[in-house]
Design a binder for this molecule. Structure first.
Ligand SMILES: [Zn+2]
Length: 173
């Protein structure tokens, strides 16, 4: 299982600190829900990209002494299953919605398409949060408006809080 945690670091800072970083301790197992202190269980290494810069970073793993399931602690600037940082993905979606992106920018088109596929869930999340305003009827305008709401809400907070609205998480299927 993947659990996101709030971290006040950029990807660069996180990469620099490496395994010496402070990683959170969980007092409850996200798999079996048992109230138990999860033990550190090493790291795995993955790529993360911000701008043109690619980093190799450690992801801390913890293991439940009760059910023996492993949990990965993902810093809040990343989205599960994506190499590019959350900030980067959101900027790319915005580009895909507001600029004419040439046919070679496949990644941006992929993000844009995926975002459109999840637009209903994004709206449902904000409705559940109490948003009662009207949204534009035109799909692209609506998509831009909802993206602005995600940014205003805080991208990382949005991804963490909205997981129940998606099959896995924002931008993943
Ligand atoms: Zn457990």
């Amino acid at each position: 299982m993947i659990v996101q945690y709030e971290v006040d670091q950029s990807l660069e800072q996180y990469a620099e600190l490496g395994k010496k970083n402070n990683f959170p301790e969980l007092q409850r197992c996200p798999s079996c829900r048992g109230v138990v202190r999860l033990k550190r269980h090493g790291f795995y290494w993955r790529n993360a990209i911000e701008g043109e810069q690619e980093y190799r970073i450690p992801i801390c793993r913890i293991k439940c002494p009760s059910c023996e399931k492993t949990t990965s602690l993902l810093p809040s600037f990343l989205i599960p299953y994506f190499q590019h940082t959350l900030g980067h993905v959101v900027v790319d979606i915005h580009k895909g919605l507001t600029e004419s992106v040439d046919q070679y920018r496949q990644r941006i088109q992929f993000y844009r398409r995926r975002y459109f596929q999840q637009l209903k869930q994004v709206e449902m999340f904000f409705r559940a949060e109490g948003f009662r305003g009207r949204l534009p009827g035109e799909p692209k305008e609506k998509a831009i408006k909802l993206l602005e709401m995600i940014r205003a809400f805080g991208e990382a907070t949005f991804v963490r809080r909205s997981t129940g609205h998606f099959t896995t998480n924002f931008m993943a299927l």
